[in-house]
Design a protein around this ligand. Sequence first.
Ligand SMILES: [Zn+2]
Length: 509
Amino acid sequence: MKYIGIAISLLLTLISANLHAQCGAELTEEDHAYIQSTQTPMRSFNANITRGVRDMPVKVHIVRRANRTGGMNEASLMAALQQVNEHYINANLRFVMLKGINYIDSDQYYNFSNANEQALCGQHDIDNVINLYFFGSVYKGKVQVCGYSYYPNKSSSYSDRDRIILDNACVDGGTTLIHELGHFFSLYHTHGRGKEKELVTRTADVRNCEKAGDNLCDTAADPMIINEVDRNCNYTGTRSDARGEKYRPDPRNIMAYSADGCRQRFSKGQFGRMNYAAINMRSYMTMPKGLAIHNIADGVKKPSVTTSPPKPKPSTTTKPKPTTTTTSITTTSSKDHILSGEVMLQISGRAVDMSLDGNLYRPTRPFYSGTNYQMSMTNNDIGFVYVIGSDLTKKNTQIFPQTNQTAYISVENSRMTLPSAGSMFQMDQTKGKDYICVLYSKRPIRMDLVMQEMERVSGNFMQRLYKVLWHQLVPQNHIEYKNISNRLVFSANAGQHSIVPVVIELEHE
Ligand SMILES: [Zn+2]
C-alpha cells in the first residue's frame, strides 16, 4: 500500500515538536482512485434539493489511564457532538450517540500509537456504526497528531475501520472531530493531495478545480497553508499558482490546514459531497434497531420547545374538535412511549402517489395551481398532533390545531380530515416547493416558538425543522416509516424523545 507522504513530511519539517500536527488522515492511492471513480455521479448529485435527514450512529469509546483519570470529559463530548450536528445537518445528517460510553482504562493505550490500533479497536469496534475513540494523545508513527480517520472505500483492505481516532485536547473546543468526519465522508483537505496543483482561476477554459486540489470548485485553491495564517485568520503566504496568480485560500474552511481557531465552515460543495458519500458510500451505517440512545439533550443547553411533564390523564369532558371525526376503538393502555399513525393526501377522494426519500415523502407528480386536496391523519395513540405548512419563503402557517381546536388527541385510533370533512386545501399561484409537516408528539409543543425559530435559522425546511427540534425528534432506529398504498404509515417508540415528524414536500407547478 502506497501512502502519500507529502503531508506527513511537511508536518515533520514545519511543526515544532510541542505542537500537534492537525490531522493524520492518509489518502491512499486506492482511496483516491475509488473516490475519483465516483466523480460523475458525485458531480451530478444535486445538493440544492431538500432531502430526508439520515441519522448516523455513533459509538463513543473513551480511553483513560488505569487509575480512571484523564478521559475525555463528558460535557465537552456532548458539546462537541452538538457542534458536529450544527454543521452536518447542512449535509442532511444527524449524529446520534448510542447509549453507554465504553470506558477503556489502560496506561498502555492512553497515549496512543497507531501501531496499536488493531489490537485495541479491533476488539471494541461496533460494526456499521462510527466508532469514536478518545485518547490522552495520539501518535501516527513518530508524529503526534490531533486525530485521524479513514476515507470511504469499501474495497480497501481496511474497509472495516469505521472509526475515528481523536486526541481529547483537539476535540475539546477544537474542530478536529468535525474535520475528521469530513474525511470519513470523503472530503479531501482543501490543498488536496499536494500532487495536482490547483489553479486560482475558475473560468471554464482555465480551471482545473474538478481534478486538482480537493476536486471541488467552490473551495478556493489552497497551496497548503500551514504556518501561513495569522491570528486574524488571514493567509499570510505569498505563493502563486502555475499561471503566476497569487493564491487566495480560505483559512476558515474546516478542511484547511489552518489554525484550529480559524476553521469554522464547510462550503456548499463540501456539504453536498458528504451527503452523497453518506447515501452512497456509507449506506451500510445503520442505527442498531431499537438500541437505546444516549441522552445528548441532557448535556446540551438548548431551550426546549416541548413542555413537560406530559399531560395528565385526559378529563372526561369532550374536547372541542369541530373538524375532527373521532372513532374510539380501544380505551386505556400503558403504551406511554408509543407513537403511531398515518397520513394520506387525497385528490378527488384518491390517495396521491408518494415516494419516500429517507424520512421525507414526495408525491411522484407535481401539483398544479388550483389543485384541491385533502389530508387525512390517523393517530393510533394518545398524544398531541400539530400540522404546519410552509413554502420556500420560510414562512410557516399552523394548519392544525386552529384556535378553536386542541392538539391533544385523547382517544386512540382517531382519524381526522384537514382542512375539514367538507372543505379542501387549494394550491395557490405561488410556484415552487410547498411543505406539509405533521408532528406527532408525546408532549405539548409550543408551536409558536417552533415556527418563530424555524424562520430565524438557515437551511431548507427539513434542516430548519431539525435545527429547532434536534434531540426531541425520535431517532430513526426507533421509527419505522412505510409507504403502504400511498398511506404514509409510521410507528415509533419515542423513549425519552417525544416527536415524530411526517414531512411531505409538494412540487408546485
Ligand atoms: Zn485532515
